[in-house]
Design a protein around this ligand. Structure first.
Ligand SMILES: Cc1cc2nc3c(=O)[nH]c(=O)nc-3n(C[C@H](O)[C@H](O)[C@H](O)COP(=O)(O)O)c2cc1C
Ligand code: SF4
Length: 430
C-alpha cells in the first residue's frame, strides 16, 4: 500500500496534485526550469556541477552520478545512450513506482539534462513488467514531450540537441535490474549479467557507450540544476546530500513512502510510519531492501545514509525499510529470503546457482524442525564462499541477509534445532 507522502520536500511536494502528472501542470510548478538553465551551460560544466552536488545513485549502490557521467567518452564518433533503470524489483522497494505515477516529468527532465551533459542521443527506459500504471503514465508523458518539442530534434531550439526516448517493458526478472543483465534483456537476449570490463560507458547497449541511472537519481537532477549547489548541499549529510524516498513496510501502523533528508535517524522514519503495529516490541529492521543485512532495535539511532549504515555492517541500498516485530521468526525470514534468491539467480556462476539453492534448503529444513547443528555450521560457511566470487553482485545480495540474520538471531536458529519445530507460532504465514 502506498500512503500519502506527507513529509513535504522537493520530490514529492506536488505528488498529491493530479495536474502534476501532466506536462502543463508540471511546468506551472517550476518544471523544466532546470533543463532551460542546463542548455545555457557547457556540457562539461554540467557534468562538473552534478559531480560537485555529491548526488549519489539511488538504485542501490550509491555511486556518484556526476562521476559516472564523466566516464562517458567525449567526441561524437559513436552515438551515446542513456538507460533509465526502472526495473525496481528489490523486495521492500517501491519508490520509483511513485515517481513514475505521480511525477514522471521529473525523471524525464533529469534524463534530458543528463543527455545534454554527456551528449546522449537516445534513452531507453526499462520498466518492470508488472508496473502497468507507471508504464502508461511514462508513455503518456513521453508523448507529451514529443508534442511540445522537448523531445526529437533541436530541443528548446538548441542546434545539436536531439534526443529520443523509448519505453521498454521488462518481463519480471529481478536480475534484469542489474545494469548489464538489463542491457542484455534490452537487446532481446536472456537477462544474464555481463563480465566487466568492459563497463557500459565503453560497451553498453548494442555495443554503444551507455550510462545507466536509476529513476530516482534522474528525478533529483532538475532540482539541483534549477535551485543550485548551495541549496542541495544544505539538505542531507555532507557525504550523502539531498532527500530520498524511504519506503517503510512490514509491521508498522502506516506503511508508505516518506521523503526525508538522507541522514534522518531510522527510529524517526519508523515513527513517521506510526511505529510498530499494535504497540508490540521491535525485533529487527532491514534498512535498504531485502538484500541488506538486518539491524537490531538498538540501531534505531543510526542515521540513514551509507556512511553511517556501513559502520553498523549494513547498507542504505534502495532505502526500503522492512520492520519486523517480536512475533517474527527470523528462520522463516531466512527461508523466504533464500527462496527468492534461489529462484532469481540467473545461474551463470556456480557459487551463486548452487549456493542460493543450498542456503534455501538448509533454512527450510531448520524452519521445518528437521535441522541439526551441522546445518548451522554449513550456513556459517556458505555465504562467505559466494560473496565477491561471481560475475555480478547478486550473489553478495543473496549472502548478506543470511549472514546478518545468523549474526544477530543465531538463538532463533538454535531454538528450532533444539525444539525440532518452529517456536514462533504467531509469525507470518509461509
Ligand atoms: C541483483 C541486482 C539488482 C538490481 N536491481 C536494480 C533495480 O531494480 N533498479 C535500479 O535502479 N538498480 C538496480 N540495481 C543496481 C544497478 O545495477 C545499477 O547500479 C543502477 O541502476 C545504477 O543507477 P544509479 O547509479 O543511478 O543508482 C541492481 C543491482 C543488482 C546487483
Ligand atoms: S552472481 Fe548469480 S545472478 Fe549474477 S551472474 Fe552470477 S549466477 Fe547470475
Amino acid at each position: 500500500m502506498i500512503t500519502q507522502p506527507y513529509i513535504t520536500n522537493y520530490l514529492s511536494e506536488h505528488y498529491a496534485d493530479d495536474a502534476y502528472r501532466e506536462l502543463s501542470g508540471y511546468e506551472a510548478r517550476g518544471g523544466f526550469e532546470g533543463l532551460r538553465k542546463a542548455v545555457q551551460m557547457e556540457p562539461a560544466d554540467l557534468v562538473e556541477l552534478v559531480k560537485s552536488s555529491g548526488l549519489r545513485g539511488r538504485g542501490g549502490a550509491g555511486f556518484s552520478t556526476g562521476l559516472k557521467w564523466s566516464f562517458m567518452p567525449s567526441g561524437n564518433d559513436r552515438p551515446k545512450l542513456f538507460v533509465c533503470n526502472a526495473d525496481e524489483s528489490e523486495p521492500g522497494s517501491f519508490k520509483d513506482r511513485l515517481i513514475m505515477e505521480r511525477g514522471p516529468h521529473q525523471m524525464l527532465e533529469g534524463i534530458l539534462i543528463g543527455a545534454w551533459a554527456v551528449g546522449a542521443s537516445k534513452t531507453y527506459i526499462y520498466i518492470r513488467g508488472e508496473y502497468k500504471v507507471p508504464t502508461r503514465r511514462v508513455e503518456q508523458a513521453v508523448k507529451e514531450l514529443y508534442e511540445r518539442g522537448y523531445l526529437g530534434q533541436k530541443i528548446l531550439g538548441k542546434k545539436g540537441f536531439d534526443h529520443d526516448i523509448v519505453v521498454h517493458s521488462g518481463a519480471g526478472a529481478y536480475i534484469c535490474g542489474e545494469e548489464t543483465g538489463l542491457l542484455e534483456s534490452l537487446e532481446g537476449k536472456k537477462g544474464q549479467p555481463r563480465k566487466k570490463p568492459p563497463f557500459p560507458a565503453q560497451y553498453g547497449a548494442f555495443g554503444l557507450p551507455t550510462t545507466v541511472n536509476n529513476v530516482e537519481t534522474f528525478a533529483h537532477v532538475p532540482f539541483i540544476v534549477a535551485r543550485g549547489l548551495d541549496w542541495f548541499l544544505a539538505i542531507g549529510t555532507e557525504k550523502s546530500p539531498g532527500t530520498t524516498l524511504f519506503g517503510v513496510s512490514g509491521q508498522v501502523e502506516r506503511p508508505g513512502l516518506f521523503e526525508l533528508p538522507l541522514g534522518t535517524p531510522l527510529g524517526e522514519i519508523i515513527d513517521h510510519a506510526g511505529g510498530v503495529r499494535g504497540g508490540r516490541a521491535l525485533k529487527g529492521v532491514i534498512p535498504g531492501g531485502m538484500s541488506m543485512p538486518i539491524l537490531l532495535p538498538e540501531d534505531l539511532d543510526v542515521r540513514m545514509a551509507e556512511e553511517f549504515l556501513s559502520e553498523r555492517g549494513t547498507h542504505l541500498g534502495t532505502g526500503g525499510i522492512m520492520v519486523m516485530d517480536e512475533t517474527t521468526c527470523m528462520v522463516r525470514v531466512a527461508a523466504v529470503t533464500s527462496y527468492f534468491f534461489r529462484d532469481e539467480s540467473c545461474g551463470q556462476c556456480t557459487q551463486c546457482r548452487e549456493g542460493t539453492g543450498w542456503i534455501h534448503k538448509i533454512c527450510e529444513r531448520v524452519e521445518a524442525g528437521r535441522g541439526s547443528p551441522a546445518d548451522l555450521e554449513l550456513l556459517d560457511d556458505l555465504p562467505g564462499l559466494m560473496e565477491g566470487q561471481t560475475i555480478c553482485a547478486f550473489a553478495d545480495a543473496a549472502a548478506w541477509p543470511i549472514q546478518g540474520l545468523l549474526r544477530h538471531f543465531r538463538a532463533d536458529f538454535e531454538a528450532h534445532i533444539a525444539a525440532q519445530r518452529c517456536p514462533f507460532p504467531e509469525s507470518f504465514e509461509l
